[in-house]
Ligand binder design. Sequence first.
Ligand code: SIN
Ligand code: CO
Length: 375
Amino acid sequence: MASSQLALDRDRFLAEHWQRKPLFIPAALPNFQPPISPDELAGLALEADVESRIIDLVEGQWHLHHGPFSASDFQRSSPWTLLVQAVDHHLPEVAALRQLIDFIPQWRVDDVMVSYAVDGGSVGPHFDNYDVFLLQGVGQRLWRLGQLCDDSTVLLPHDDVRILADFQCTDEYLLGPGDILYLPPGVAHWGIAQGECSTFSIGLRAPRINDMLSRWVDNALELLPADRFYRDAGSMPVIRAGEIRQEDLQRAQQQLRNVIDSLEVTDWFGELVTEPRHSNQPVSDPQTELSLLAETGNRLSLSPQSKVAWQERPGQLVTFANGESALFTHAVLPTLLILCEKWQLEGEALTSALANTECRSLLSFLLQSGAVHVE
Ligand code: SIN
Ligand code: CO
């Protein structure tokens, strides 16, 4: 899959809709064949290592049930929805849907959640803090969109589900197979199944400003000499005893800003945005694994649950994998590009990577961080 398959003007989308306003894309993927059926989804929800939920509405009350489920959990008298998180981590065919939005940085993509609902099933009116592309699988779902929400928006008193106390409908879209509805963060939405239906939610993620700040500070403290102190040469005489004057505070803030501008603190961002939500399986002995790989002619694949990103620096290329970073020369760029675009390294590209010392170190780092595996 690739975004070129989407009936979407990517430049216009990024300029007008991304992070700003919803977009309904009818027939975004004509003839879309959902890569997982409702039965297969229900099968996944029986497994202990899969995160799944059922939400139902019984006599006007919303209820949340956590998986793993058994077959009898799917026999309910009230309308219900099954939600299975990170299906892309389990099925490569579902992971391929992430490539539909390859014009957005890969490290912004979180996971693909898949839902199945019986007629009338819904998770209620709510808002999310992340962007989402809602791709309709089988059947139809009516999406009602509403007001813009934030952390001051009033929710119904409920321990488990976040349902809006007040929903003001502004637009309605009826989605059928292959239609997409893009929603930026904060837009109230309420999807109601019209008959049985399934929906693929390609969810994005963004680091919290709090986390960015704390990571930046941690990274900066490693670089900043401990014996730098606040300086106040040229200050005015004190008039009111005990006062911290505006100018004192401003001077301190200016000195912090000078540190921000002067320190080359960059790794914190890549490390933060590639942190995996679920643990990975690192390879304990990557060198042996690479030697075996050269002999067997197998291939290396990017693990669907892992995050890999890279950043250019003068004369260097920093690679981030699952929250860790390592420095390489630009010699690794062709190998990294193939892995990030195709999610696989095989044949000639793999052979030449294995023959190059720098690329071999890259592959060893990626194996060690659990970002790639041998297939
Ligand atoms: C659903 O697929 O039913 C819910 C998705 C969402 O509203 O975020
Ligand atoms: Co939502």
